[in-house]
Design a binder for this molecule. Structure first.
Ligand SMILES: [Zn+2]
Length: 278
């Protein structure tokens, strides 16, 4: 990937982090993040900066990949000549249909989602984003990296993503910017821009709490890991808010922690998120 696209992707990620933090903890602690965002914006060419701001006003998704010939923002087919330009030039190009910035993605994961089988009941609530197969109750892990490896591993094993090692790497890069470990035993590591399937969530509870967030006074024992396609970022924010709302009740956390099998953990998760995730 060419440098300017990388730069914009990082900038978009910071903007997403700011949106998440605003929703979850309010405005008060965002000075550093705001100054990083301004600094990154100031390095963009003037016309690109103006486009970025204009697009960001409409939607938090400013730049999207082109994979399998289509724009990940709107699904529109992208002309071959434009794809050639994306591959060869370090210039920002725009989708002719939805006007988002686009870049070429070389190795999009192919196998992200289980296609819904015919005759299956329509899924509601948390079941739209996760599955009993993606529950890891009571695992032994001693570091942030180990938990993320276990969660990315189960996503790959069950056919929801390809290349879990890349997912682990991206998730740890994201943790390095600002930890997703909260002060109440919860952590929400995630990777954005995982194309090819839907927003997918895996959950682990830990036998022994770990120092997931190096800056937090609390240890972590409940970890939600999400693979997020670029266009599902807004859904992810809603999901995050739904889960944190449910987890404000200590008894709900206890229900997750008490589960000993995959099925028990899945049932507990469905039960405690029923009211907060529609
Ligand atoms: Zn588009």
């Amino acid at each position: 990937m060419t440098p300017i696209k990388n730069h914009i992707l990082q900038l978009q990620e910071l903007v997403h982090i700011r949106d998440e933090q605003k929703m979850l903890k309010g405005d008060s602690h965002l000075d550093n993040l705001n100054s990083s965002i301004s600094k990154m914006k100031s390095k963009l060419p003037q016309d690109v900066k103006i486009s970025f701001d204009r697009l960001a006003k409409k939607s938090p998704i400013v730049i999207v990949p082109v994979s399998s010939g289509g724009c990940a923002g709107c699904g529109m087919h992208i002309p071959i000549s434009l794809i050639q330009t994306l591959k060869t030039k370090d210039e920002i190009q725009y989708c002719p249909n939805c006007a988002k910035m686009i870049y070429f993605q070389e190795d999009a994961p192919k196998n992200l989602t289980k296609a819904a089988r015919r005759g299956e009941p329509i899924k509601v609530g948390i079941a739209r984003f996760s599955d009993s197969l993606l529950m890891l109750p009571n695992i032994k892990a001693s570091s942030t990296e180990e938990v993320i490896e276990a969660l990315a591993g189960v996503l790959e094993e069950k056919g929801f993503v390809d290349q879990s090692n890349q997912l682990v790497e991206s998730a740890l890069e994201r943790e390095a910017i600002m930890s997703t470990g909260f002060e109440n035993g919860l952590a929400f590591p995630h990777v954005r821009g995982v194309e090819g399937g839907g927003l997918t969530l895996a959950l682990a509870t830990l036998e022994t709490p770990i120092q997931f967030n190096p800056a937090s006074k609390d240890k972590t024992n409940i970890v939600f890991f999400a693979a997020i396609p670029a266009t599902a970022s807004v859904f992810y924010l809603k999901l995050l808010v739904g889960i944190t709302k449910s987890m404000q009740k200590e008894t709900n956390k206890d229900k997750l922690l008490a589960a000993e099998t995959q099925n028990e953990l899945w049932k507990a998760l469905v039960r405690v998120t029923k009211a907060t995730i529609k």
